[in-house]
Design a protein around this ligand. Sequence first.
Ligand SMILES: [Zn+2]
Length: 397
Amino acid sequence: MKQVKDPRHPSYITYHPGVILMMVVMKNASNLESMREMTDEFNTDNCIENLSKMLGIENLEELPHYDTVNDFLSRLDMEELENIRTYMVKELINKKCFYDYRIGGKYWGIIVDGTGLFTFREKHCEHCLEREHKNEETGEKKTTYMHHVLEAKLIAGDMVFSIASEFIENESEDVEKQDCERNAFYRMAKKLKSTFKRLPICIIADSLYACENVFQLCDKNKWKYLIRFKEGSIPSVMREFQNLKILEDSSSYEGISWVNGISYNERTVNVLEFVEEKEKDKRTFIYITNINVKKKNAKRLINAGRSRWKIENEGFNTQKNIRYYIQHPNSHDYNAMKNNYLLTQITDILVQLFEKGSKIMKAAKKKASNLLRAFQTLTLIEEDLVDLEKPIQVRFT
Ligand SMILES: [Zn+2]
């Protein structure tokens, strides 16, 4: 964080970029809802001393006002924060402690899904997505202005780490067709491939992604995919699957049936189905994939496909309603909004490791919500800083 490229003119710099960024990370981790609360809660001698020790920055007498923070974030290039996240994710991948969670012992599951972030009644900026609503009774038309994001999260056991965020936004006000989730995915895929060139990836997504362009892109990138398959996604493939399933050509094991090698355009695809019966409830999960389905991996694939709920649950619901409140824009400036969002994703990686990454923390049920009090009332001492330098063993059970 101390190394980000400072967008400000040198003569106006009072606060080091590291101070500003770390302050926002601490705000997110302490579960403070607004930027104003951050300014109010953190301007104590203890917080200032802790922050200065954490960063190794001396002579820190005050913390910046949130206007200063937002002004910095409105000018900071998003790529600077993306690079920090990439560095963190690469370090985690290289640590090998997550290797067991790979699909088929090889592929890293990456869940991709879009979600709404900010909604406005008035046009907010030239990149806003617009949606028109018509009141059925009065016939009155209203436009909502929105910002959405497409998230890619890396699965590591019961944790999901943000690995890429692509904002769904219009290039300018006069676009003929608005930006959409799938288009954002094509842009994101390009960045993912160039950032993680040789990482064996398996894209896990909902039925919106069951289409030729996505298959083609995954084939080209040498990625695997595991996509929810619904009636109507690709009717010809579904028909063939249903026909072959009842013939002897299909295989089944533990409630999972599958058919490999169904022709679709220039390739073959594989389809697998799991029927879950819980009391009177019967739910069917069908996935389309380019991974060859076998008795050995069928169950693992169904579990990986079903882990998609993690992005809705841990990924979006928690970040919207339980901590971080990602639907609060924190600033009116679009670039600052995006940077605030990225800082939340960076914080979330740290918070998940803090809460779930170490056996001791997990057993002690340490929650990040205690952080604020610790930050305000305790002071880091020399011994803590020495401890921080030591490598920590992250182990999972
Ligand atoms: Zn906007």
